[in-house]
Design a protein around this ligand. Structure first.
Ligand SMILES: [Zn+2]
Length: 398
């Protein structure tokens, strides 16, 4: 691996790159990879993250990696939704086309590469869905012993897409937020590399979303980026990507940041609204956006710090707004899971309140595919016509 250190996002303490626990030894806050971006850094030819973003990631060309072709997703200009909102420059970063249909594959590939560099032969994760599928798939491809810890509250339909890759699945009865920390402790003792939601190298994978947006816009940053926030790792990664582009002199500003949450589980948006610098545990998460219902986000405090450091805000939206946004995305040809529609719902809310302007260039990150959560389909029924074959022409005419 390239020379790097791990730096605490809160107190700034430096930790050796060999450190396995992804939290600061002094203050317990999450760590960031600190890496020197070389002069002349630029995207390169290649089919996976490691080839394309070699200059920006802490890996050497001969480091062992396992890839499924993650990343390089479309930045799709909105047609219908933009027209409805009176915007000319609204774009969707379509993460639904990743190998396991969510942004998680970027972070899984990067965190797995770190684990392989460490010589790990056992990996695992704690997930409510998307990350479990991703780690199970990459673990299978890598031929590693893979453990997936799930909350017993997981929807039945989410288990088979994980189980098909044959990991060891453990349903854990207890607080999901606490499970994150317990898994890291157990992994340290048992030698299982837990590629959890906000570990430093998963954040490095998410960073490539920002790098791709920069490249796809012709090496510019958008005016505003809207990201759904659960554990906070993906938000951290995207912001880190833009910040590193600025530090490297490749752009001269940051986009305005929006952390989008569902009101039924909004620890970050609540803290932001109340001016707190720490997230508080949400006792009873209740939202259709299950992919972002982490009740105690391990990177929540760091998301708040980033919103303060840069031009940021946090927005929580209702269930009705999420479902309407999911329908709006579909009107533009994209079918995202409810969590993936939360940014659009948040943007709509910001525009109504004057917090965002029509002339802005905005990117909403559509994080995961709609078919991952078919229970939401009940909200999108439509009338269908029925006819006999002989009556087809008549029916179509009517
Ligand atoms: Zn610290």
């Amino acid at each position: 691996m390239r020379p790097h250190t791990l730096r605490c996002t809160a107190c700034g303490e430096e930790h050796a790159p060999e450190r396995r626990l992804p939290r600061c030894a002094t203050c317990g806050q999450p760590l960031d990879v600190v890496l020197e971006i070389p002069d002349g850094a630029a995207p390169r030819d290649g089919i996976d993250l490691f080839d394309r973003w070699r200059d920006f990631l802490p890996f050497e060309p001969d480091d062992p990696v396992v890839t499924l072709g993650e990343g390089d997703t479309p930045l799709l200009p909105s047609r219908r939704v933009a027209a409805q909102l009176g915007m000319e420059r609204l774009r969707f970063k379509n993460e639904t086309v990743n190998p396991t249909w969510s942004f998680k594959d970027r972070g899984t590939a990067a965190a797995l590469a770190r684990a392989l560099a460490d010589g790990a032969d056992r990996i695992g994760t704690v997930s409510s869905g998307n990350m479990a599928v991703s780690v199970a798939a990459y673990g299978a491809r890598a031929g590693l012993d893979t453990t997936i810890l799930l909350a017993t509250t997981i929807a039945d339909e989410k288990v088979p897409p994980i189980a098909v890759h044959r990991p060891r699945i453990v349903m854990v009865d207890g607080d999901y937020g606490e499970l994150y920390f317990r898994s890291l402790e157990a992994g340290e003792v048992l030698g299982i590399a837990f590629l959890n939601s906000d570990v430093p190298f998963r954040v490095e994978g998410s960073k490539t979303i920002a790098l791709e947006i920069w490249e796809q816009l012709g090496r510019r940053v958008p005016d505003r980026i809207v990201v759904p926030v659960s554990a906070g790792g993906n938000f951290r990664g995207i912001v880190k990507g833009f910040a590193e582009l600025m530090e490297a002199g490749l752009v001269d500003r940051m986009p305005a940041l929006v952390a989008a949450q569902a009101a039924g589980c909004a620890p970050v948006a609540s803290a932001w609204a109340e001016g707190r610098d720490r997230v508080e545990h949400v006792d009873h998460p209740d939202t259709i956006a299950h992919a972002i219902d982490n009740p105690f986000p391990p990177s929540g405090d760091q998301v708040l710090r980033l919103l303060s450091r840069y031009d940021g805000t946090a927005v929580a939206v209702t269930e009705e707004e999420i479902i309407a946004a999911q329908r709006s995305l579909a009107s533009d040809g994209l079918f995202g899971q409810p969590a993936a529609a939360v940014p659009l719902a948040a943007l709509r809310r910001l525009m109504e309140s004057g917090g965002a302007g029509r002339s802005e260039e905005v990117v909403c990150v559509v994080t995961g595919a709609g078919l991952k959560y078919t229970a939401a389909l009940a909200h999108h029924t439509s009338e269908t016509l029925h006819c006999r074959l002989d009556d087809l022409a008549e029916t179509l005419q009517g």
